[in-house]
Design a protein around this ligand. Sequence first.
Ligand code: PMP
Length: 459
Amino acid sequence: MAVTEPASAVLPAAQEGILRRQSVRESAARTYARSLPIVPVRARGLTIEGADGRRYLDCLSGAGTLALGHNHPVVLEAIKKVIDSGAPLHVLDLATPVKDAFITELFATLPRELADNARVQFCGPAGTDAVEAALKLVRTATGRSGLLAFTGAYHGMTAGALDASGGAQDVRVTRLPYPYDYRCPYGVGGERGAELSARWTESLLDDPKSGVTSPAGMILEPVQGEGGVIPAPDAWLRRMREITAARSIPLIADEVQTGVGRTGTFWGVEHSGVVPDVMVMSKAIGGSLPLAVLVYRADLDVWQPGAHAGTFRGNQLAMAAGAATLAHVRENRLAERAGVLGARMLGQLRALAADHPCIGDVRGRGLMIGIELVDPDAAERTVTGAPPAAPALAAAVQQECLARGLIVELGGRHSGVVRLLPPLTLTDDQAAAVLDRLADALSAAERSPQRRQRAGQSH
Ligand code: PMP
């Protein structure tokens, strides 16, 4: 299947019908479908083709799931192989050769210190279920119920994961400051700002009157994704490791979005050399099919049989697609490639910022890139001098990108961050095309009358 072939025979009118029926039949809670009114019928690599024959460069990649882009040949081959073999597709959590091979491949990617002594729990097939499992695991192992989580975090939509995310209010969760240079609450940013957040964490944990519920674990993202693409400084992450280790608090790294080469190393924690006690993994590990696992230190494995069960923990096609993806990323050093290309794209975006005062900050790691849009004309400023976020402008940029055949995601505290999560297979030419379209879209959004009208709506 090549995207250069003619579009499938779905007429634009039929596409309109599908979109109209979606808007009346699907839930009010639908998300991406609102800002991306397209009807994908075919896809390959970076490209999605709509039912109307239009093509799009997909820098959303299934919310960071498609490390190898859409329908990569090694993924399709792995899926076909399982189907042709007559293997069962659904086996609960029984042992199979496909699962055995997946675990071997997964363990080969882990930090050595963890791999030598790790256990894996297959979870229900969503990142949020693996987060639930992680919280249950550490609560069982430590006998404590509190949780340390961070401002701006996103861990999923089920109750426990939601409580761990920024904006939640569970009394057992202690919210700690995640270093956010651009809007540093201490007004200093950089290493100093990160060090001050670490000290706040330390003093809370050691203050008998801090009101902190005794913590069973600390959960963090090596790069906050939904929170606005905010990389944890390496030194700060090492401080979190020291602080938790000194107090026997298991450290849980949520690698759902940062895993499988996305940030320039196979796992996001590798930049800092930190070895967590628990790693939560999903998205790319299933090679585009649903899969979620928890990997943790063997001595935490004291929960009972059935402590975290679920019917769909044995998706053989996802394990085969996932093993093929992990192997392909490892053998082709795609993490390194993501690091090099991502750094170059960040440089180009920073150069673009010089001509666009509405670009407040450009940041990221590897191919996890964020452009924070702001209202430079607003009177108010944060303590770091940052203007307020410009969510209406970000939404306009997303729409102008779509009109130019580019799919981007929004995130950040006020949805003011334009996010790029392209596949790790992105070529230099494709990267240039993405940045050209983005720059053009940005100029158009800045000029648009709608934007001028909404200027007063910035947060
Ligand atoms: N953790 C992180 C870091 C995520 O980015 C996400 C999804 N965006 C989740 C957990 C939840 O994963 P899922 O949507 O598969 O439940």
